[in-house]
Design a protein around this ligand. Structure first.
Ligand SMILES: *Cc1c(COP(=O)(O)O)cnc(C)c1O
Length: 391
């Protein structure tokens, strides 16, 4: 690998991992301590209590030393039994990976397919549940913010549509790329298991993931018989009550998590959410001005954390991304599976501000020109105009 120094900061504008702020890097730059010491228990207790405010829950949040995929698996193995049916909405690549994981665990996945350009349809979920007269569907699984397409699902509406049918299914929601950047309310929205990860809105490096769980989910845990060991909530909850973990925790990432929670609270979660919304709006304005197409076609479903942009036929998004990387030292997200080469994704989440967005859009606009991709100039300018006028 060539290690030639590239001057200036690398702009990591993929939709996760996101840019890790210096303050978090510094907070992790401490010796690893004994995880069976009082000092560690204090740190863990702070993390375990602080993270509840981010999920907006009074219930338990389990912290795993694992990527988000681990927390997906944990959600299923803790609540379900072999052969159980789960209703999963396939909104994009990440939703389809969760489906694959469920099938490998021996669950039956019933799918609601989409065109990968919108969020989950609450109506359709409620129809499927209504026709499930024997209650064979044990859980509904949706992705709050589908990171492969830039489409969000309305979780509160999905909950209501489940309740309206009187069906008893658990609701599981993947918030890996929305937590701490888009409004999410575990308790109020009646979510049973919320899955999340450290490396997106929480501004941390990859390596931690989460399950926020409801009382109903804990009830399901008692009866569920899928094999579970590493992911078992029971041992976690018991150990966590004194600030311990059942196995070696990711101590330095917990230092970082503590700092991330403090930073989010200083800014105020509502301000964090409106900052993301505003940057998403400015980004779409730029894309529109360039004359390019935003992949998400439902206005109400637009993501606050990323924008997937379709290139005109005959232009390869990966070639475009490498032009941007080589010339401007910026990484953009690639198109995943069926979207490979067709879209690039702009991450505008985490520790991000107006000037970083202007730089991101400027790099894209120059890259479009260098790649001779047909577009109108002025997208960056339009975004700047919007940013100047809105606060
Ligand atoms: C990133 C992401 C994942 C995968 O998480 P890993 O940390 O890579 O295991 C799953 N779902 C969504 C919505 C994501 O954005």
């Amino acid at each position: 690998m060539s290690r030639k120094h590239k001057t200036g900061r690398h702009l990591l504008q993929i939709p996760g991992p996101s840019n890790v702020p210096d303050r978090i890097l510094r907070a992790m730059d401490f010796p690893t301590i004994d995880h069976r010491s009082e000092e560690f228990f204090e740190l863990a207790k702070q993390c375990l209590s602080g993270i509840k405010d981010i999920f907006k829950t009074k219930s338990n949040v389990i912290i795993y030393p694992a990527s988000g995929t681990g927390a997906w698996e944990a959600a299923l193995v803790n609540t379900l039994s072999p052969g159980d049916t789960v209703l999963m909405v396939e909104t994009g690549h990440f939703a389809s990976l969760w489906v694959k994981l469920a099938k490998r665990l021996g669950l039956k996945a019933e799918l609601i397919e989409t065109n990968w350009r919108r969020g989950a349809d609450a109506e359709e979920i409620s129809q499927r549940l209504s026709s499930d007269k024997t209650g064979k569907i044990k859980a509904v699984c949706i992705v709050h913010n589908e990171t492969s397409t830039g489409a969000m699902s309305d979780v509160a509406r999905v909950r209501k549509s489940i309740d309206d049918t009187g069906h008893n299914a658990l609701l599981m929601v993947d918030t890996i790329s929305s937590l701490a950047s888009s409004d999410f309310r575990h308790d109020e929205w009646g979510v049973d298991v919320t899955v999340s990860g450290s490396q997106k809105g929480l501004m941390l490096p990859p390596g931690l993931s989460f399950n926020a769980i409801s009382k109903k989910a804990i009830g399901a845990h008692k009866k569920a018989t899928l094999p579970r060991s590493y992911w078992d909530w029971g041992e976690q909850i018991e150990a966590n009550s004194v600030g311990a973990f059942p196995y070696t925790p990711a101590t330095n990432l917990l230092y970082g998590l503590n700092e991330a929670i403090a930073m989010l609270k200083e800014e105020g979660l509502d301000n964090v959410f409106s900052r993301h919304k505003r940057h998403a709006e400015a980004t779409r304005l730029a894309v529109q001005t360039w004359g390019l197409e935003v992949l998400c076609e439902e206005k109400e479903d637009f993501s606050n954390t990323l924008t997937a942009v379709l290139l005109p036929d005959g232009y390869n998004a990966d070639e475009f991304r490498s032009v941007v990387l080589d010339n401007f030292n910026m990484s953009l997200g690639n198109g995943l599976s069926r979207l490979a080469g067709k879209v690039f994704r702009i991450g505008h989440l985490g520790d991000f501000n107006d000037l970083m967005l202007v730089a991101t859009l400027g790099g894209i606009e120059m890259g479009l020109s260098k790649s001779s991709i047909p577009h109108q100039v002025g997208g960056t300018q339009a975004a700047m105009q919007f940013l100047k006028q809105s606060t």
